[in-house]
Design a protein around this ligand. Structure first.
Ligand SMILES: Nc1nc2c(c(=O)[nH]1)N[C@@H](CN(C=O)c1ccc(C(=O)N[C@@H](CCC(=O)O)C(=O)O)cc1)CN2
Length: 303
């Protein structure tokens, strides 16, 4: 969804750019404190192939690192890289003391076993929180404070809801999309932070998506299908967070542009809206940095 609406919007905007700026300001101070103790957090990224979207996300991650004082390590491999070559780079980053956390940018080229790649990352350096050990800890350590990295986009969604006091106690939450970075982990994190929320995961096999959406107090749209969440299917006052990303051709300019999953006029019905761009995306980036800083703090016994 773009920030523009049909003009009657009364939804409170869940402003991810402002929230991310606040998160980064806090991280900058924490990174300075770590540096004073001789600890320099370093984020590594592994980018395979030449997808312009992925390259742009990785570039943004390194700009964020520079902003808060985190060191950057960039690994780039051609789209033809073999599974063994990718795993070798992961082993190198696992062993590199300058790299305190790293990610492998997704999606990987067709033919690469993404699960095997994610499982090869040292769980202590897993800045995305997508290693099975960390996903398992997320399920098991429900009552503990955060002791392991958490998936960034789901964490961003929850942070935005908390910052704006969106009511979650007893809420019906509907997540659309079952991808590995958002749809699958978000229910785990949501019911850890809001144990009385009821989370339903909808996907391409869901028989009646509209029926699920209509009773939802909170909708997290992460399907990558433009306009899949329509105003007529949103309960007045609901919180709607648009996390979908699709590349479409702009009919006016003929140029490719990014669009979300939520129709523009949903903002006229919703009580809270996380737009796309400007909602959850900037928080995904800020919480990646948070995972890196928290890991570095844990390593020296802070937090
Ligand atoms: N290893 C990972 N791969 C991917 C992840 C992830 O969390 N880990 N998520 C997405 C891509 N992504 C980060 O990698 C990401 C997507 C979008 C944004 C963002 O800030 N979007 C902006 C709009 C950007 C634009 O206009 O170009 C916004 O929403 O305002 C940040 C990060 C898939 N891969």
């Amino acid at each position: 969804m773009s920030a523009a609406t049909t003009g009657t919007s009364r939804a409170v905007v869940l402003d991810g750019r402002a929230a991310a700026a606040a998160v980064k300001a806090d991280l900058k101070e924490r990174v300075s404190a770590l540096r004073e103790r001789g600890v320099v957090p370093g984020l590594g990224t592994v980018l395979v192939g030449d997808d312009p979207g992925s390259a742009s996300y990785v570039g943004g991650k390194h700009r964020d690192c520079a902003e808060v004082g985190i060191a950057s390590i960039r690994v780039e491999l051609p789209a033809t890289a073999t599974q063994a070559e990718i795993l070798a780079e992961i082993e190198r980053l696992n062993a590199d003391d300058a790299c305190t956390g790293f990610i492998v940018q997704l999606p990987l080229p067709a033919g690469v076993d993404t699960n095997a790649v994610l499982e090869a990352i040292d769980p202590a350096k897993d800045a995305d929180g997508l290693h099975p050990t960390n996903l398992g800890r997320l399920v098991l350590r429900v009552k503990e404070p955060i002791t392991s990295p958490l998936p960034c986009t789901p964490r961003g969604v929850i942070d935005l809801l908390l910052r704006h006091d969106v009511p979650l106690d007893g809420a019906d939450v509907v997540v659309v999309g079952r991808g590995v970075t958002v749809g699958r982990p978000i229910g785990l994190l949501m019911t850890r932070r809001f144990p009385n929320a009821t989370v339903t995961l909808c996907h391409t096999g869901t028989r009646d998506l509209a029926a699920h959406l209509r009773r939802a107090d909170v909708i997290v749209a992460a399907a990558g299908v433009p306009g899949i969440v329509r105003a007529e299917d949103v309960k007045p006052g609901a919180a709607v967070l648009d996390v979908g990303v699709s590349r479409v051709e702009d009919p006016e300019t003929g140029k490719a542009r990014l669009t979300g999953d939520v129709a523009l006029d949903v903002a006229d019905v919703a009580g809270f809206m996380a737009p796309n761009p400007g909602g959850v995306g900037p928080m995904t980036r800020a919480l990646l940095l948070t995972n890196v800083v928290e890991s570095a703090e844990r390593a020296v016994g802070i937090g």
